[in-house]
Design a protein around this ligand. Sequence first.
Ligand code: G6P
Ligand code: MN
Length: 441
Amino acid sequence: MKKYNVCIVGGGSTYTLGFLKSFARLQEEFPLAKLVLFDIDEKRQEPIGKYGDIMFAERYPELDFSYTTDPEKAYTGMDFVFMQMRSGGLKMRQADEHIPLSMGMIGQETCGPGGMAYGMRSCVDMIKAVHEIRKYAPEAWILNYSNPAAIVAEALRREFPDDTRLLNICDQPENVVRSTSRLLGCDWENLDPVYFGLNHYGWFTHIYDKTTGEDLLPKVRQIVKEKGFLPQDAEQRDQSWLDTYGFVQTMLEDFPDYLPNTYDGYYLYPEYKVSHLNPEFTRADEVMAGREKRVFKECDEIIAAGKLGDKFDHISDAHAEMMIKVAEAIAFNTNGRFILIVENKGAICNMQDDAMVEVVCELGINGPRPMRVGPIPQFYLGLLVQQVSSEKLLVDAFFEGSYQKALMAFTLNRLVNDAKKARKVLDALIEANKGYWPELK
Ligand code: G6P
Ligand code: MN
């Protein structure tokens, strides 16, 4: 069986440990010859790299594992490059969330003005990184799940129009499917969903039982009404995530047609959401106080002990597992179904062809084959056309260096929606992002 070479860009991420554990656990299913971590932040990546050295020596001794800050070493000979960079780090995530909230607008990592600020930073770094990857690994599959995926996908579509080995992916639709299976008491892989939207802005129109073909959506609606909604891995989640999932109940009461993605709450209830977010302590603060500390503490403990021993945690996380399954689908040409971000080209037939939409695709060695959704109802179409216009204008602003286009993008975003507010928050974000954004004139 062929063994694959994989690089993870963003080796210092708090998600990387989950990947390392999952690669070890799935070594028979998806065998690796070489695994390289790459990060521009040497200090941050080092403890994770050392953890990897210790873990793989015990659990995967034949694996050639390394970590580096040199792109040539990282990318040469790779079959797959997993991209999970966070441009500007968690400190800038904090700014993305705090600045809009201090002005009474949603402050969120990927939605609204914060997401647009992050989008500008990610466009700079992602385009640079993909050019570097193509220099050293022209044939590698690039699996991108760096955020904000909608904006990044649009920018990459324009910069690399002929690159057919570049896939943008988000785990949230699958997380919602997994959560639904917990509610129904079934295996999530026995659910066959139909989904449409943009990244972090979509709905499930059907959730079929794979065996019987029954649409379980009415049942899901009833259970959510009675019992609420929980993430599949609720026991490992912070309170803010439990609240986010719980809010699905409210959304389904007001808009019962489809099961929403959790992110829809920001767009449908911006005022309520703003009033329930703390501008001084947002999700970025929660991550820095929680997951980030936990991950680096785990590394320090293992490094100090010099061994993993029975501390090895066999539970791999859903996020990493999904990304590895995506690579498997390509490597083994399985044509398995995944919800992916692809150029519309008629999949949602009443939306523009060049929108980057999120729909169910069959995935194999020749890339994704989107499954047709048909026309979507006016309400959803209105929401999505407004959002895709905002995202496209932001990417115009990025490539043209245009302040005017950025102002339009912000004004058109449902979470801003007013030109004076747009200018105010845009100017504050330009100031906070000096050195990260291209100059806008
Ligand atoms: C979900 C989304 C990702 C996002 C993540 C943030 O998984 O799909 O796009 O990055 O949530 O989670 P965090 O725990 O960092 O707030
Ligand atoms: Mn996502």
